[in-house]
Write a protein that binds this ligand. Sequence first.
Ligand SMILES: Cc1cc2nc3c(=O)[nH]c(=O)nc-3n(C[C@H](O)[C@H](O)[C@H](O)COP(=O)(O)OP(=O)(O)OC[C@H]3O[C@@H](n4cnc5c(N)ncnc54)[C@H](O)[C@@H]3O)c2cc1C
Length: 364
Amino acid sequence: MIVDEAKKELSLQERDGAIEEIAARLGARAERGRRFAELTSLRVGGAIDWVISPVTEEQAAAVVYELDRAGIAWRALGSGSNVLADDAAHHYVVVSLKELKGEAHFDGERVSVSAGYSLPRLCIDAGRRGLAGIEGLGGIPGTVGGALWMNAGAYGHEIGNVTESVRVAREGRVVEVPGSEVKWDYRHTSFREGELLLGATLHLRPDDPEKIGARMLEAKNKRLATQPHGARSAGCFFKNPPGSSVGTGKMIDEMGMKGERRGGALVSPIHANFIVTEGEDAKAADALALAEEIRERIRREKGIELEYEVELWRAEAPKESPESGAESPESKTSEESESSKESEESSGLQTPDSRLQTPKEEKR
Ligand SMILES: Cc1cc2nc3c(=O)[nH]c(=O)nc-3n(C[C@H](O)[C@H](O)[C@H](O)COP(=O)(O)OP(=O)(O)OC[C@H]3O[C@@H](n4cnc5c(N)ncnc54)[C@H](O)[C@@H]3O)c2cc1C
């Protein structure tokens, strides 16, 4: 109806006005016209209404507080290396943490760093200073915030193991939460949807920089040998099934699906658990169709329900959104996950729908 349309239009205008006002008042850059295709490593995904890029932890905490108060939906995005956002227009605010990098502050065995700081950069910085404990994470192409959010890990190291405290946005303020109060599971943590991570203090251990460098090189070489290099991917697409001695990549490979293509998405010929996108016309729908085809075949042929490792972001909030902050059913030690997989990922039992996530405000 015309009246309803006019109302909707007006409320969108009001929302846009509120977003501009909040960003201007807090001095944060707010942009329109960005697309997930520019902001995620899969290089697909639709238009985003607004991207706000805070540059300090205090500013970021204030931005999300004001958005929450105004009832405006938002979502945090780091480097976008673990997100598949669908092709439609996303009517919410993306709070990008990429500009929230600052400096890494080293103090003895500790380093304090903001959420937007590059994880690979931090691993190099720490290694050069003779601080060990995160050198296995050097090849994970994301921000510290993204790594904390999902307890990123590889080659025997998980970020949760060395996190002394995490700075979180609460009621517009920066609040320090001891790492011991966070549940660090396999690629999952107890942080709740709607919680913005601002930074962390890691407690590392002293070691010979040369030895650390050698371990970093070893991890890098393993990656280069087993994973597609320079491809548009989000890392492993699926977790390994719990209790299975065969990794998901191997299962997909054994089904002869390496190189299988749907539109602009294909199963990497190098690592079958990587879906990569190619060409200007690649769509998120291509990657999702291929992923669902893989899941269907594994379900049919092996009776196994694969859980997504990447986060699937819907443009629109579904009427009833499942609780994606639910605890992961399985957690694994680094050693277990190392042995159970070609590279670094592992298990879980979530249904696909529980990974179809909605913006933070709408989840509450
Ligand atoms: C080639 C390749 C290799 C990979 N290898 C590995 C690997 O070995 N091990 C591994 O664990 N992962 C791996 N990944 C996946 C990915 O790099 C990690 O999950 C990484 O930690 C994601 O960080 P990000 O900044 O890109 O997060 P994003 O993809 O931007 O976000 C991921 C999730 O974290 C949330 N988030 C991000 N920042 C914040 C914040 N500050 N506050 C609150 N929520 C936040 C987002 O809302 C989203 O839900 C790989 C990816 C690629 C492309």
